[in-house]
Design a protein around this ligand. Structure first.
Ligand code: FE2
Length: 431
């Protein structure tokens, strides 16, 4: 007998009337028509009738800062709303952090994430505090949330691995303690040359230890910032193709078009992964502009067109850099869609991929996806397809992890329901 049978699901690839059979926390069969006839359906302890609605693999966030999340207003709010005041504010907050406070805020965020069907997060963790308080706290969180959520950690030298006195030593300590990925922030080093040097030494460290790389890279409006070029070149030199991620890459928005025409083939040669962070990029970039104001997000359609894997990350939720957000990756996808003007049907679907399959690939998640043999992790959404899911920031009717329901959100109801009209609000009616 099956543990769970999902029947009459629509999948993100457009297949309809699909059944998903689950045993021992894994998907054992996915087939159109499976379970459609209740009399011939395989026996199962639990049956979910998806009612023709979308069942997707879980949302994945490829770029987040869980050590800072939900700290908005501590010790004061960011008055200018800029990236640099945010970094300064984080510096003020760091000495006041406690292990317990970081853990409590991170666990609260993980509750939000799970309720939103967000079941895997790559979080950068600042290693510039010699106590490595945040590293210890997030390793603790990673262990505690593992039954519900995959938390992958990046050793992130927020103040610059060369600029901050003990950052390189601390970064290596963090890796030894169990942090997974090598991070960096070359545009925050003192000079362009030191930024390039930081990329070189961090990529060499990753190659030596067999680690993935994910750097905050060229997060500025500087059209002459060139760290993504160095990151791609080092990736090729060290044979790290496909294992390196450039996060933000906002300077590409402002670069000279001829230069970008030379840069893009290098990114393709390096099979560089890209993470844009639409909510943050549109908020923090272009802040020195009067009018016209640049959007600041990296060149997503052009990167997709050359075959790069591009994800949209949330980056921040209620922290020194961003006072909004709730762990809703559909909100992230919607902003990415608008900022990149990805409004064709195919491009809108790519925006859904950018918060599901693309980041899962970047994180190299094991057993991700709605295919037999993979983990029985999925989200039942109140939408008929990925585009409608983005339009509605669709309700996560149920969230499953390893075949077990771990979150549910009821349908909206309206107090204005009149006699003879249903009380539930079906935003999917207009099709
Ligand atoms: Fe970030």
């Amino acid at each position: 007998m099956l543990d769970l049978l999902v029947r009459n699901a629509t999948l993100p690839d457009g297949r309809r009337g699909v059944g998903i059979a689950v045993e021992g926390g894994r998907i054992v069969e996915v087939r159109e028509g499976l379970g459609v006839d209740a009399t011939s359906a395989p026996a199962a302890h639990e049956v979910l009738d998806a009612a023709g609605l979308l069942v997707s693999a879980p949302f994945v966030d490829a770029h987040f800062h869980m050590d800072a999340t939900l700290s908005y207003g501590l010790p004061r709010v960011n008055q200018s709303g800029t990236l640099l005041e945010g970094i300064a504010l984080w510096g003020e907050l760091k000495p006041q952090l406690t292990h317990e406070a970081i853990v409590e805020r991170a666990l609260a965020y993980c509750d939000w994430a799970v309720a939103r069907g967000l079941l895997a997060i790559r979080s950068h963790v600042d290693v510039c505090d010699d106590r490595l308080l945040a590293v210890q706290a997030l390793l603790d969180v990673k262990r505690r949330v593992a039954p519900y959520l995959d938390l992958q950690l990046v050793a992130f030298p927020q103040d610059g691995v060369l600029r901050s006195p003990h950052a390189l030593t601390n970064l290596k300590r963090a890796l030894a303690m169990g942090v997974d990925v090598v991070g960096g922030i070359p545009h925050f080093e003192r000079t362009m040359a030191e930024g390039a040097e930081s990329v070189r030494l961090l990529c060499e460290l990753a190659a030596l230890q067999g680690r993935l790389v994910d750097m905050h890279c060229d997060e500025s409006d500087d059209p002459l910032s060139r760290h993504v070029e160095t990151l791609a070149a080092e990736t090729v030199r060290l044979g790290l193709q496909g294992r390196v991620t450039g996060s933000h890459l906002t300077s590409m928005h402002s670069m000279d078009n001829y230069y970008v025409s030379k840069l893009l083939p290098l990114l393709a040669e390096a099979r560089l992964n890209v993470v844009a962070n639409p909510l943050i990029n549109i908020t923090l970039q272009g802040r020195h502009d009067t009018y016209p104001k640049r959007r600041g997000m990296t060149r997503v359609p052009e990167q997709l067109a050359i075959g790069l894997t591009v994800a949209f990350g949330h980056d921040c939720v209620m922290d020194p850099w961003y006072s909004l957000g709730s762990g809703d990756m559909l909100e992230v996808a919607a902003m990415g869609l608008h900022v990149a003007q990805m409004t064709s049907q195919a491009a809108m679907r790519q925006c859904f991929d950018a918060v599901t399959t693309a980041p899962a690939g970047i994180l190299q998640l094991e057993g991700y996806g709605l295919e037999p043999g993979n983990h029985a992790d999925f989200v039942w959404l109140q939408a008929h397809d990925p585009v409608e899911a983005i339009r509605l920031r669709a309700t996560r009717l149920a969230v499953y992890r390893r075949g077990r329901r771990i979150a549910a959100t009821p349908l909206a109801t309206a107090s204005l329901a009149l006699a003879g009209r249903p009380a539930s609000v079906d935003f999917t009616l207009v099709r």
